[in-house]
Design a protein around this ligand. Structure first.
Ligand code: GLU
Length: 301
């Protein structure tokens, strides 16, 4: 893949830098950035009444069930995290998901969150196992053949996480001969395999397993979106650090069934009209330090 991180992408740099600040700031004690503290001040969303949305098979299902099933991640602090002790889900993606449900007339207690790993997202949407997917899901042309996306609602880029005492990996240029871990079915693992000859790869279904492998010394680095890696680093700043600059552009979309244009248009409108809500969500999760980031413009393809 080309190096997308050019001068043209300075807005991406701003987003990533802001996320870095936010997560570093809230991770100072080594515990924040995850769990129930994250998103504790998240906005309560007004649940829409009498939603009129014709021509959407997914919405028809949601309406007759009186509930919505949303695929998420649950091991990604700051974005999509499950606190095993309290059962509470938190993070930017969880709030975006809750907001989308509210705009469709579904209250938080009627959302069934399902943890679905990167490799299974397309099939979960195509099979109708979930109505929406909100979990660090990059919009790509390849995926657009199987699913549709509303958004983007966030922009980040591929980065690297290494052990705090690592001195030989400073950027993606230092990966030859190293063992790099990422999630099966993700854009970062695909990028490494296709464009980084001489780099060894290790794959797991979820990123927290890569982080465990990094901590035990089985792999030299973890690669995925920098926003995800910053969440892990903020949890254990004494053991982990993010190095280098983002070297791709990842635009997060809300995954939905292919061809449900009515639903896609509806969710895009929710995003476009809801700038103030987006900012509240950002400020209460990734932007807790007070750093401001612009909501990306929706791409109504
Ligand atoms: N955003 C990238 C992707 O959609 C990496 C993160 C993930 O695996 O969820 O593949």
């Amino acid at each position: 893949m080309k190096n997308f991180f050019s001068r043209k992408s300075l807005n991406v740099a701003a987003v990533v830098a802001a996320a870095a600040l936010a997560l570093t700031a809230c991770g100072g004690g080594g515990t924040a950035g995850a769990g129930s503290s994250d998103g504790a001040n998240a906005p309560a969303f007004e649940v829409a009444k009498d939603v009129s949305l014709t021509g959407s098979p997914t919405f028809d299902k949601i309406k007759s069930a009186g509930a919505i099933r949303i695929g998420v991640k649950e091991d990604q602090p700051g974005l999509g995290n499950l606190d095993a002790a309290t059962g509470e889900r938190s993070g930017f993606d969880i709030e975006i998901a809750t907001w989308m449900a509210a705009s469709l007339g579904v209250a938080k207690d009627k959302i069934e969150f399902k943890a679905i790993p990167s490799a299974n997202r397309e099939s979960a949407l195509a099979n109708g196992d979930v109505d929406l997917y909100v979990g660090t899901y990059s919009i790509t042309d390849k995926r657009k053949k199987i699913v549709d996306f509303a958004g983007p609602y966030f922009i980040t880029g591929q980065g690297l996480l290494v052990a705090k005492d690592n001195t030989d990996i400073k950027s993606e240029k230092d990966l030859v001969g190293k063992n790099v871990c990422s999630a099966t079915g993700s854009t970062p693992i695909q990028n490494i395999k296709e464009n980084f000859p001489g780099v060894k790869t290790t794959e797991f279904d979820i990123y927290s397993k890569c982080v465990d492998a990094l901590k035990s010394g089985t792999v030299d680095a973890v690669t995925t979106d920098q926003a995800i890696l910053l969440g892990f680093a903020s949890q254990q700043p004494e053991k982990l650090k993010v190095v280098g600059e983002p070297f791709t552009v990842e635009k997060y979309g809300i995954g939905l069934a292919l061809g449900d244009t009515a639903l896609r248009t509806f969710l895009n409108k929710t995003l476009t009209d809801g700038g103030a809500t987006w900012t509240k969500i950002y400020d209460s999760t990734l932007g807790k330090s007070g750093t401001k980031v612009e909501q990306p413009k929706v791409d109504q393809y």
